[in-house]
Each structure stands twice: as C-alpha cells, then as structure tokens.
Design a protein around this ligand. Structure first.
Ligand SMILES: Nc1nc2c(ncn2[C@@H]2O[C@H](COP(=O)(O)OP(=O)(O)O)[C@@H](O)[C@H]2O)c(=O)[nH]1
Ligand SMILES: [Mg+2]
Length: 325
C-alpha cells in the first residue's frame, strides 16, 4: 500500500531540539568564531535536511498514486490541501538552508562575541521559520496517520466488490470463500472494518472487497467523504456482487434492497461500462423469492462455489490474458 511507509512527521519543537542540540555538540568541539560557524552549519543542515525528508517521503499524487488511492486520499485528507502544506515545508527547508549560508557569510573573522550574537540571531530566525510551519507539519502528521489505516487493496489485482444491505450475508460469504478473517482494516471515516479476502483461480489472484458503511445503504444517506470513497471503489471494481436476502430476515424489505441495487448498479455502470454486475440471492435455505442471477446459501453451502465462479467470470479478467484461445 502506497501510504504504508510514510514516516511520522516530526513537530517543529522536535526539529528545533534536534538541530540545536546537535549544533551545541558541534560547537563544543571547536572554539571562537569557528565554533559559531560550526553551530550555524549544523543547525541549518539538520533543519533543512529533515524538512526536505518530510516532503520527499510523500508520493507524487499525480504520478505514483493509483486513482483508487488518490481519490480515497482526496476524500480523507484533501490532496490539494496536502500539497499546499508540503509546499510550505519545502519553503521552510529552503529558508533554513539560506539562513545558514547568509549568517555564515556575515561572521566576522576575529570577533567571537560578535559571531556569537549573529549566531543567536540566526537561531532565532530559524526558530520563527519552524514556528511558521508548525501547523503544516501537524497537518501532514495527522494525514499520514489517516492514510496509513487504508485497507491494503491492490489496484493491480482484479477486484470483486460485494455490496448489499446489512445482514444479507456479505461477510459470511467473503469469509467462507477466502482467507479474509485476518485481513480487515478500517477506513478512517467509518468505524466499520473493511474486509478484503483473496482467492486464486487459474493462477490469478482475485480480491473480494466487503465495504460495510459504504455500499450497504442508499446513496442519499452517504456523506461527502463516503460518497467519494464509493467513487474510489468504482475505479477499483472489475465486478460487483450485489447480494439480496429474499427472506428479508436481514431486517430490510426486499423492495428497499432492490432500490439499493439500482443505486449501486448505476453508480458503477456510470463510472465504467465494462464492470460486471451480478445479483445473488443468499439464504436460499429460507427463501428464493426474487429474480436473481444466482441463488446460494452460505449457511448450508449450497451453490457458494457456483457464485464465486460466476463472480470471477463477471470480472472478465481471464479474457484480457494474452495467449488465451
Ligand atoms: N439462514 C441463513 N442465514 C445466513 C446465511 N448467510 C448468512 N446468514 C446469517 O445472516 C447474518 C448476517 O450475516 P453477515 O455475513 O454478517 O451479513 P453482512 O452484514 O451482509 O456482512 C448472520 O447471522 C449469518 O449467520 C444463509 O445463507 N442462510
Ligand atoms: Mg458484514
């Protein structure tokens, strides 16, 4: 996952502590004007390099970040906002470097007291530069904490997104056919865990993505962030498996379930007219009283494999493989 390796962002306070304590150590190794010069050089390097590293730790949102993750990142932290904060930090990195150069150039050759005064002045100015980017560093650190919690979904592997009202059996299905139990992660904007399970067919690894809190209720009940997250999912999905419970023991009338199906179908079809769409009636042990592409019971195991095979088919992924008859 592209945001997994983002390091913690240091605070202004931490950076200044680090820079000034290293500078003090460097100063103690020398004397007179040289000591002041060494302190200036050290503080300027530590600040400038660390600020630069904060910026380079972030991926390029236009180049390296897959549309799915980019849109999710945009929903959660705001890509333009993150960019603006990063460019402030770039400014601070340059500024602390420049201040070091400027003050080293102004140091007198033989007046240690005057040199010390200038060095202190430079440190004070570096301190104000760091205070100016305090909020930017804090924003980036919080953004990093949010982005790190993204579920590990692989944009390069075909994905089957599982949708449908709560309690129709989505998680039961994903758990049953995959090894999903241990692969859950929370989106920062929902308290519910996203389940991603994997299953291999003909040497291709398929992902089954269960998205509680997003595709289990009508679109008009989603907030902006959830809406954008759904849009991010449309970049990812090769097929949608829409699950209904004709028995309505899930607690939602069948009519509502079918209305949600139209919602979800429209959302995904509008984004990508190649996306496969499969309506599956689960709980066939209780009721099959609905028109669907397939019927199964995760409870009894009836036709679960058939549904998985149909979902894999619906991704159309095999057809894209080269060297296939
Ligand atoms: N009778 C019956 N119950 C099922 C079946 N599949 C799942 N359930 C039950 O339905 C409930 C909700 O299942 P869950 O997988 O959590 O639904 P989700 O909210 O859509 O993820 C659980 O109590 C399951 O045991 C089925 O095929 N038949
Ligand atoms: Mg569930």
């Amino acid at each position: 996952m592209i945001f997994e390796d983002l390091p913690t962002t240091p605070t202004s306070e931490e950076l200044l502590d680090k820079a000034f304590s290293r500078a003090a150590r460097a100063g103690r190794a020398k004397s007179g004007v040289e000591a002041q010069e060494s302190m200036l050089q050290t503080a300027s390097n530590v600040l400038s390099d660390n600020l630069h590293n904060v910026v380079t730790a972030w991926p390029d949102f236009d180049g390296e970040v897959e549309p799915f993750y980019r849109e999710l990142a945009d929903a959660v932290v705001g890509v333009d906002e993150a960019r603006a904060h990063l460019s402030e930090v770039t400014w601070a990195s340059r500024k602390t470097k420049e201040l070091g150069r400027e003050y080293i150039g102004r140091l007198p050759r033989d007046d240690a007291d005057a040199a010390k005064k200038l060095r202190k002045q430079a440190f004070a100015r570096m301190g104000s530069v760091l205070r100016e980017v305090e909020d930017d560093l804090q924003f980036l650190n919080e953004a990093r904490d949010d982005l790190k919690t993204f579920p590990d979904i692989r944009p390069d592997e075909p994905a089957i997104v599982v949708a449908g009202y709560p309690n129709v059996g989505k998680s039961s299905f994903v758990n049953d056919v995959t090894n999903a139990r241990n692969e859950t992660a929370k989106y920062p904007f929902t308290t519910k865990a996203v389940r991603v399970g994997h299953v291999e067919r003909d040497h291709v690894r398929y992902q089954l993505v269960d998205t509680p809190g997003l595709l289990d209720r009508p679109a008009d009940e989603r907030n902006d962030i959830e809406e954008q997250a759904v849009s991010a999912l449309t970049h990812l999905a090769d097929a949608v498996l829409f699950m209904v419970d004709a028995s309505a023991t899930c607690g939602y009338p069948l009519d509502d379930q079918l209305a949600l199906r139209e919602d979800v179908h429209e959302t995904f079809a509008n984004a990508d007219d190649d996306v496969g769409f499969l309506t599956v009636c689960n709980k066939s042990d209780v009721s099959t009283d609905v028109e669907a592409d397939a019927y199964m019971s995760v409870e009894t195991g009836e036709n679960v494999d058939g549904v998985l095979a149909a979902a894999v088919d619906a991704t159309g992924y095999e057809l894209e493989l080269p060297l296939r008859d």
